[in-house]
Design a protein around this ligand. Structure first.
Ligand code: PLP
Length: 278
């Protein structure tokens, strides 16, 4: 186990951060998660672009263009070069006396770790989900480290032995606690627009590409909670989740006995193909 902290690669027990780091005090930071498959990070550029955009949105002055070199160093020391692993990157605003406003010369704290990870078989998840009001703030487009809302909403799914909690705001589904959510109705894929109410997932973007190449119609249209009985299929996407078929939403059963919808199946098969081409 190795941790990258501000240019040093050390064992986790030696990776020490000030209690006055604003990441600790305020959750004032941005994070990113990506996976290495067959020796290459999946959609690495898209992940690093999103990281840079997140930093720009909250005015953390850090340039991610040299990060790849640092990632390679970390993987090498962690003996994970070329191996299937998960990389976590966190950039917080830095250390300063506790007050909401921050000094203009504050230096960001850069932390990364990589752990071995083989993604689960895409067919092993047939998700049961619960639905809850999306009580998070209205800048869910920012992949910030303050995840209390997501943690609370995810915990409810765990209490109900469910895989995820899908969220709705003003009567329309937005996303899930750590995934994006898609619905299929009459062969058309529907998902919430990538605005400030959801995180524009990289896997979500992959689904748009797959739909295009498979000639499946996809629309950025919010789905009403009231229309759940008219839905033919639903699925979740995320870096670790990949594309997971949903079999049950609250008491509404979509599929039983490990069955899934034809559109979900097509997208999963196409996803597995691009994964192996990665
Ligand atoms: N939505 C939320 C709230 C998330 O936390 C995540 C991933 O962590 C996603 C969606 C999926 O994003 P990605 O496909 O980039 O992993």
């Amino acid at each position: 186990d190795k941790v990258y902290l501000n240019g040093n690669i050390v064992p986790p027990e030696d990776a020490k951060i000030s209690v006055f780091d604003r990441g600790f005090i305020f959750g004032d930071g941005i994070y990113e998660v990506m996976v290495q498959i067959d020796g290459k990070f999946f959609y690495e550029k898209a992940h690093l672009n999103r990281l840079q955009e997140g930093l720009n949105k909250i005015n953390i002055a850090f340039d991610t263009s040299n990060l790849l070199i640092e990632i390679e160093k970390l993987l090498s020391v962690a003996e994970l070069t070329g191996k299937d692993c998960l990389l976590y990157i966190q950039i917080t605003r830095g250390v300063a006396p506790r007050q909401h406003s921050y000094p203009s010369d504050i230096v960001p704290t850069i932390m990364m770790y990589a752990v071995p990870k083989v993604l689960p078989n895409i067919n092993s998840v047939n998700a049961k989900v619960i639905t809850r009001e999306d009580f998070r703030w209205s800048r869910c487009d920012i992949k910030m480290t303050s995840l209390l809302g997501n943690v609370m909403l995810n915990e409810e799914a765990m209490q109900h032995q469910c895989f995820e909690t899908i969220l709705h705001r003003d009567g329309f589904f937005t996303e899930a606690s750590h995934c994006n959510v898609f619905f299929v109705k009459n062969g058309i894929v529907l998902t919430h627009p990538a605005n400030e109410l959801i995180l524009d997932g990289i896997t979500r973007q992959v689904v748009f590409e797959l739909c295009k190449s498979l000639h499946i119609e996809i629309r950025e249209t919010p789905v009403s909670v009231n229309d759940i009985s008219e839905i033919d299929e639903a699925f979740l996407t995320g870096t670790s989740t990949q594309i997971a078929s949903i079999e049950q939403i609250d008491n509404h059963i979509l599929y039983e006995d490990n069955k899934k919808g034809s559109v979900t199946k097509k997208l999963q098969e196409a996803f597995l193909k691009i994964k192996s081409l990665n």
